[in-house]
Design a protein around this ligand. Structure first.
Ligand code: NAP
Length: 260
C-alpha cells in the first residue's frame, strides 16, 4: 500500500517569490505605496521607501514590515529634486547592493478647473507625478541593464485614460506616464527588463477620502462594482506584474470596471 504524502508545506519551506530581490517604492509612507511596500516585503523583497514629509508614517511602515520578519528602510527624499533622488538610490545600493524593482508611485493632485489653475499648480503636479519618473528611472536603469533583469512599474491612473474634470494637470501627468511606459518597454525589452503601468480607479486612500462626501458617492454610483478599490488590490497587481516575465508595455486597469 502506498502512503501519499499530504501536499502541505511547512511554513519554513514556503518559497517567497521575491527572495533576493531589492525593491524601491517611491511614496511608500502612505496609501497605495505603503501597501505595495508591505506586500513586496512579505514576498521576500528587501524594500526601500521614500517620502517627502511623513517621516513618522514611513517609520511605522518599516516597523510593521520588520515585525512581520521583513527588511525595509525609509529615506526622506523629495522626488522633485534630482539630488534627493540620487542620494536615495545611492543609499539603497549601499545597503542592499543592487536594485531589481522600481515602483514609481509617489503622486499628488492639485485639482482646479483649467481657467482657475495657476502655472505653479500645473508645474508641481507635472514635476511630482511625471518628471520625477525620469529622475528615479535614470538612476536605476543602468544597474538593471547590467544585471539583465528589471521590473519598472509606474502607477498611473484612470484619469490619465479618461480625463477628469478639474484635473488637466493630473490627467496630463498620468497620460504622460503611459507613453513613457510603452517607449521605455520597447527600449529595454531585449535586456530582461519589463516596464508596465497600473491605472487604478478610485482607491480608498487619503487622496480619495479627502473628496467631499457627495463627490465620493457620485463616483461609487458610477463604478460597476459599486465600491472604492482597496490598496491591497493594487499591491497584488504589482506583485503579479513583477512575477510576469512576458508582460511589458501594458497598462493594467484596477478600477472595478469603471473604464474598459
Ligand atoms: P497618498 O495617500 O496621497 O500618498 C502619496 C505618497 O506620495 C506619500 O507617500 C507621499 O509622501 C508621497 N509623495 C508625494 N509627493 C512627494 C514628493 N514630492 N516626494 C516624495 N514623495 C512624495 O496617495 P495614494 O492615493 O496612495 O496614491 C499613490 C499613487 O497612486 C499616486 O501616484 C496617485 O496618483 C496614484 N493613484 C491613486 C488613486 C487613488 O484613488 N488613491 C487612483 C489612481 C492613481 P508624504 O507622506 O511624505 O507626503
Amino acid at each position: 500500500m502506498v502512503h501519499l504524502q499530504p501536499n502541505v508545506l511547512e511554513p519554513a519551506e514556503y518559497v517567497k517569490p521575491l527572495e533576493g530581490k531589492v525593491a524601491v517604492v517611491t511614496g511608500g509612507s502612505r496609501g497605495i505605496g505603503a501597501e505595495i511596500a508591505k506586500v513586496l516585503a512579505r514576498n521576500g523583497a528587501l524594500v526601500a521607501i521614500n517620502y517627502q514629509s511623513s517621516s513618522g508614517k514611513a517609520d511605522d511602515i518599516v516597523h510593521e514590515i520588520e515585525q512581520e520578519g521583513g527588511t525595509a528602510f525609509a529615506f526622506k527624499a523629495d522626488v522633485m529634486v534630482a539630488d534627493n533622488v540620487h542620494k536615495f538610490i545611492e543609499e539603497v545600493l549601499e545597503r542592499y547592493g543592487q536594485i531589481d524593482i522600481l515602483i514609481n508611485n509617489a503622486g499628488i493632485t492639485r485639482d482646479k478647473t483649467f481657467r482657475k489653475m495657476s502655472i505653479e499648480e500645473w508645474e508641481e503636479v507635472i514635476n511630482v507625478n511625471l518628471n520625477s519618473v525620469f529622475k528615479t528611472t535614470s538612476e536605476v536603469i543602468n544597474h538593471m541593464l547590467e544585471q539583465k533583469y528589471g521590473r519598472i512599474i509606474n502607477i498611473s491612473s484612470i484619469i490619465g485614460q479618461s480625463g477628469g474634470f478639474g484635473q488637466t494637470n493630473y490627467s496630463a501627468s498620468k497620460a504622460g506616464l503611459l507613453g513613457f511606459t510603452k517607449s521605455l518597454a520597447l527600449e529595454t525589452a531585449k535586456n530582461g527588463i519589463t516596464v508596465n503601468a497600473i491605472c487604478p480607479g478610485f482607491i480608498e486612500t487619503e487622496m480619495v477620502l479627502a473628496m467631499p462626501e457627495n463627490v465620493k458617492e457620485s463616483i461609487i454610483a458610477k463604478v460597476p462594482m459599486r465600491r472604492l478599490g482597496q490598496t491591497d488590490e493594487v499591491a497584488d497587481t504589482v506583485l503579479f506584474l513583477i512575477k510576469s516575465s512576458y508582460i511589458t508595455g501594458q497598462e493594467i486597469n484596477v478600477n472595478g470596471g469603471l473604464y474598459m
